[in-house]
Design a protein around this ligand. Structure first.
Ligand code: 8OZ
Length: 369
């Protein structure tokens, strides 16, 4: 038991990220769970219960939420482009706010990581370049290879920027405290940033400046729509997730971070290393990235209690995002504070299904009772 004489670790102290005030620095990472309502892809009562249970996080970042049907890559992921979806999210944000929590919507376009069966008119998914991703998606039938994408025409990009803008406005209407752009893990924004997936020869490909063009057009549009203090972004500079790669990620992401810092974004959220895998998959100077940004830096990937406390205490990061630990421990903040044991993650209930492995992980008191 901690006595009042011991100062509590900085991990458990408040933080302001732009216009969003966090009561602690333990962030719930965005987590795809494929449990939106079939047909409408609207959040439902089960999703409300799940987020309410986790509202003691300093900030919840919602699961990836598609900005359009074209932006969807997996079955039963929620959207934020229809009235039913906005209504569903309203119930989620009200529940989190009623518990004193904060929640931002992670807005998402998957680009090439999709399947024709999810696309409008069963057409090909879209990407910066027509390069098939060496990855799988998740459909009703289970995991299947993604479909061959087609390259976007430059004239189509303003329409996608408009979809991001509408999604951000819808997030505000749904009561979110802000948004996080999903710029990580090999989805559309990351596909534009990295030269393994962006082979364009127009103004949106080639030089780093050109590869940053579409992502920064999105950033500028959403910050104009809802305010820079309510916009963050998640990136994964060296993660090979969904088959992306870059020949010089340090140069690309240092430049991106500087551009984002100049725009005064609320936070930069970084998957350090390979998403859900080794942190040391490739050399990368995250301190340089943080310095280039200059604002609130949220680190993610492979942290435990000790490394999270140390990372915040030392000042290397401002906050730490936990993924798997938040799936299995709705009261993760309390467990970390008390150094209590954590529940074990059930991997077979991660994607799709019902309350099992979703809202039935026990809180500390229940376990003791
Ligand atoms: C796991 C399964 C499906 C999607 C990501 C949104 O990696 C995801 C995702 C993760 O960012």
């Amino acid at each position: 038991m901690s006595s009042s004489a011991e100062p509590q670790p900085k991990l458990f102290t408040p933080l302001s990220a732009g216009d969003i005030d966090l009561r602690n620095r333990v962030v719930m990472a965005p987590l795809t769970r494929n449990r939106a309502t079939p047909g409408s892809d609207a959040p439902n009562a089960l999703n409300v219960a799940y987020y309410r249970q986790r509202a003691s996080a300093g900030l919840i970042i919602s699961e990836g939420t598609q900005i359009s049907q074209q932006g969807q890559g997996y079955i039963w992921t929620p959207g934020i482009h229809s009235p039913a979806q906005i209504e569903g999210w309203k119930a989620v944000t009200e529940a989190v706010h009623a518990e004193g929590g904060k929640i931002v919507a992670q807005i998402w376009h998957v680009g090439r990581v999709s399947h024709v069966s999810l696309q409008p008119g069963n057409k090909a998914p879209v990407a910066p370049s027509a390069i098939l991703a060496p990855t799988k998606t998740y459909l009703e039938s289970g995991f299947v290879p993604v479909s061959q994408p087609r390259a976007l025409a430059a004239e189509e990009l303003s329409g996608i920027v408009a979809d991001y803008t509408r999604a951000a406005e819808n997030a505000r209407e749904a009561g979110f405290d802000g948004i996080e752009l999903h710029g990580a893990n090999g989805y559309l924004i990351d596909q534009f940033l990295k030269d393994g997936t962006n082979r364009r020869t127009d103004a949106y490909g080639g030089s780093i400046e050109n590869r940053l063009r579409f992502p920064l057009e999105v950033v500028d549009a959403v910050t104009k729509a809802i305010g820079k203090g309510r916009v963050g972004i998640r990136v994964s500079p060296v993660s090979p997730a969904n088959g992306v790669s870059d020949t010089d990620p340090q140069a690309v992401f240092d430049r991106l971070a500087a551009e984002l810092g100049a725009r005064g974004l609320a936070f930069l959220h970084v998957v350090e290393g390979a998403t859900g895998g080794p942190r040391d998959i490739a050399p990368f100077d995250y301190l340089a990235l943080r310095r280039a940004f200059g604002g609130v830096y949220i680190a993610n990937n492979g942290f435990d209690r000790e490394t999270a406390i140390e990372a915040v205490e030392s000042g290397r990061v401002d906050a730490v995002a936990f993924g798997k630990a938040f799936i299995a421990n709705p009261d993760l903040v309390e467990r970390l504070k008390r150094n209590a044991p954590l529940n074990t993650l059930q991997t077979e209930t991660l994607y799709g299904g019902d309350a099992r492995g979703y809202t039935d992980y026990p809180f500390l008191a229940e376990k003791a009772a």
